[in-house]
Write a protein that binds this ligand. Structure first.
Ligand code: GLY
Length: 354
């Protein structure tokens, strides 16, 4: 078991993250200890509820069961959850518990951030992607017809409970999508300016088979490293004014692909890994990195056998990238590799890209 802590100096926000392999039936007691007698509403993914609903032990009345899929992170479900919370007469002292992947965490967190101007919420991530990335750092949002995560806020959870047992039943594609975010951390490690030298690339290279076969001891360590990197970034820049942008490595191109294919064809991780390959090619073309680093990156990515996307018409990609929240006038912002495990932000005109 590992205990980590997020401490944001500017706002004095502080919360614990536990990473463990304890029995899932013990989770409810641990969560209730943190929310200490408050009323609560559990927002839970339909899949997780089917597999673990009985084991977790929350009653039907306490739960809002959310269908799975990015399209569920919408206004309609946002309103339904608010209505359920109002019907249950949750007050400002009460809490929302999010049990599921990034969609559940983002949506439930956004409800928590706006219900009665903000109530507590607890993150219980059940996908690898949510464990290593979205459950930590307080980005909460819903999607709009105009794009992904366009309505949201920065709102930190009260606690994060990671139990690696949930990862055993994750389908292969969802597991791989989480690995897409894991490799992202590897490529940005030096730029996270973490005080500890975590050497994620070594850890990944040495444990690749165990990672792929979901060895839970190795996964616990892997998640710990990724979260330490995320904590380092979030503590320095909670609201993405500067440093936190590096967490978008691979995402400018990745989000464009997701947008073009309406979030149906590729998972987020598949899109991000495609984006990582794209920025490696772009960085080499612009003389920022040498061929050897690009080959090394492609080689390690190939070991994970990610499904990669590469054949979209350039005009379509450019148009979609211009819709990105990070786009600035005519220029498109990328986080590009500049050295081994180091990245920097660049704003490029469309004709500097292809
Ligand atoms: N997932 C990127 C961030 O939390 O900033």
């Amino acid at each position: 078991m590992k205990n980590l802590e997020v401490k944001i100096p500017q706002t004095q926000k502080q919360y614990p993250i536990t990473i463990e392999q304890d029995k899932i039936e013990n989770l409810k007691t641990k969560i209730l200890n943190v929310i200490r007698g408050q009323k609560f509403l559990v927002v839970i993914s339909e899949k997780v509820n089917k597999l673990y609903g009985d084991t977790l032990g929350f009653t039907t009345e306490e739960k809002f069961v959310l269908k799975d899929g990015e399209k569920e992170k919408n206004f309609s479900n946002y309103k339904k959850i608010l209505d359920k919370a109002l019907k249950m007469q949750l007050t400002r002292k009460d809490a929302i518990i999010a049990v599921g992947g990034g969609v559940v965490g983002d949506l439930a967190g956004f409800v928590a951030s706006t219900y009665m101007r903000g109530i507590d919420y607890i993150q219980v991530p059940t996908t690898l992607l949510a464990c290593v990335d979205s459950s930590v750092g307080g980005k909460v949002a819903i999607n709009s017809d105009f794009g992904k995560n366009l309505i949201g806020s920065f709102y930190q959870p009260k606690a994060v409970f990671i139990n690696t047992n949930f990862l055993k039943t994750l389908d292969d594609r969802q597991y791989k999508t989480g690995l897409g975010e894991v490799v992202k951390y590897m490529f940005i490690e030096k730029s996270c300016l973490c005080k500890e030298d975590l050497n994620l690339s070594n850890f990944i290279s040495e444990n690749i088979d165990k990672i792929l076969s979901r060895n839970l001891n190795v996964l616990e360590l892997l998640i710990e490293i990724c979260i330490k990197l995320k904590i380092a970034v979030v503590e320095q820049d909670e609201q993405e004014k500067g440093l936190r942008k590096i967490l978008n490595f691979g995402h400018t191109y990745g989000h464009a692909i997701e947008n073009i294919t309406k979030y149906r064809k590729y998972t987020h991780g598949e899109a991000v890994v495609s984006g990582i390959k794209f920025v490696f090619a772009l960085a080499e073309k612009r003389g920022l990195i040498d061929k050897n680093y690009r080959y090394w990156a492609e080689d390690i990515l190939s070991k994970f056998n990610f499904k990669v996307v590469s054949d979209f018409p350039h005009e379509k990609i450019i148009k979609a990238m211009k819709l990105d929240k990070k786009a600035d006038f005519n220029k498109i912002t990328f986080i590009l590799p500049v050295d081994y495990f180091a990245v920097q932000e660049f704003s490029l005109l469309p004709d500097e890209i292809f």
